[in-house]
Design a protein around this ligand. Structure first.
Ligand SMILES: Cc1ncc(COP(=O)(O)O)c(C=O)c1O
Length: 399
């Protein structure tokens, strides 16, 4: 058997630590390694393969579109791009869409839009208030927007124009606002920061503050959008409407595609302001269109909300039985099990050994973000493995 791990260490740039497994095939919520061992995938890319692996809707769309028209530039019109844009506008609070290829790129576009809006409509304001522990991607501007010094410091000088406040702290956000501020950028639930769920009244309070101060509210729904939290967009759960939304990950269930959406009043780009060679090409947007149609027509968000209630009850139950578990937080099918010590990596490796892929989103938190299509039986199977791993790593101690 080819030693892919040895090849990686010879030819690949090391930018992160991989799990010791080479995955070669996937179907639904399952993946297989190069030795034929199967795993339940509760990581999914992370949170990318929204319809699971190789869903027929995705496969058919890819094949059909590959045979029809894979790529044309944005100097001509193309049908799938406009069909998807139309569907997003019909089902969101926004009026206009632009497509890109990754979450970071969508956020970059959103920040450009906010800066142009600030220049034109708020006397040159350019600063964006962001949250500590936020994650918005790895481009230079998104490192500056993100709330993690570790990602930023090696690449100094940091791009100016971003200020950080504690997440879920409206007073801090108010205090950080000045005449330089043009926008607030937040994740409705912080994903990479550890699945941090704010109080129910936080986002409504942020919305009110933005209205009072005439600031744009940008929600990074790269991880939370397209049904992940039990609504098509997580902002719906707070009964608010952002001015700008960014999407990626689940939007095309594994095919690289992202988007930023804006309300008409802040869609201030004019010709020449933005562009992308691949962004919104027919192949990716056709898949995105079919995925979104599937999610909407099958009311996947309602199914996810129900799964979320079930997961919540099951995960909170773990805390009563296992010393290692110190609570659970999340929404829909995005959850973290909090640990009483930094044992997440051990738990992840133990799960892997037992046939479940999860991730250590923090040293003391294990994230679960299975496919939105995961069955109740698969959830139970994954939870049983997780519980055995937590018991093993925690010394088997039951409370
Ligand atoms: C909320 C959020 N924004 C942005 C990104 C960056 O997306 P990408 O890696 O596609 O650039 C991520 C990735 O994890 C994310 O979770």
């Amino acid at each position: 058997m080819t030693d892919w791990r040895a090849i990686e260490s010879r030819v690949f740039m090391t930018t992160g630590r991989r799990l010791p497994v080479v995955l070669v095939r996937g179907e639904g919520s399952r993946v297989w390694d190069d030795a034929g061992k199967s795993y339940l995938d509760f990581f999914g890319g992370p949170a990318v393969t929204s319809l699971g692996h190789c869903h027929p809707v995705v496969v058919e769309a890819l094949i059909d579109q590959a045979r029809t028209l894979t790529h044309v530039s944005n100097v001509t019109y193309s049908v799938p791009q406009l069909q998807l844009a139309q569907l997003l506008v019909e089902h969101s609070c926004c009026d206009r869409v632009y497509f890109a290829n990754s979450g970071a790129e969508a956020n970059e576009g959103a920040i450009k839009l906010a800066r142009k809006w600030g220049r034109e409509k708020r006397s040159g304001a350019f600063e964006v208030i962001c949250a500590q522990d936020a994650f918005h991607g790895r481009t230079l501007a998104m490192l500056a927007a993100g709330g993690n010094d570790r990602y930023r410091e090696p690449f100094a000088p940091v791009m100016p124009g971003f200020v950080h406040v504690p997440f879920d702290d409206i007073d801090a956000l108010r205090a950080a606002t000045s005449e330089r501020t043009c926008a607030v950028l937040l994740e409705p639930v912080q994903g990479e920061g550890g699945v941090n769920v704010p109080d129910d009244d936080y986002l409504p309070a942020v919305r009110r503050w933005c209205d009072e101060q005439r600031l744009l509210l940008i929600l990074d729904e790269v991880q939370t959008g397209i049904g992940r939290c039990g609504a098509l967009f997580a902002y719906e759960l707070s009964n608010i409407e952002p001015d700008i939304i960014t999407l990626a990950k689940g939007i095309a269930s594994g095919v690289p595609l992202s988007a930023f959406l804006a309300k008409e009043h802040c869609a201030v780009f004019s010709p020449g302001d933005h562009g992308s060679t691949y962004g919104g090409n027919p192949l990716a947007t056709r898949v995105g269109y079919e995925v979104l149609r599937y999610v909407i027509e099958n009311d996947v968000p309602a199914k996810v909300a129900e799964d979320g209630r079930y997961l919540e009850q099951r995960l909170r139950g773990l805390e009563d039985r296992l010393d290692l578990v110190n609570g659970a937080r999340g929404k829909g099918l995005l959850w973290a099990v909090a640990l009483s010590r930094d044992a997440a990596q051990e738990v992840v490796l133990d799960c892997l050994e037992r046939g479940l892929i999860v991730n250590n989103v923090r040293p003391n938190a294990v994230r679960l973000c299975p496919a939105l299509t995961v069955s109740r039986e698969e959830l139970d199977e994954g939870l049983a493995i997780l519980e055995r791993a937590l018991a093993q790593v925690g010394g088997g101690a039951a409370k």
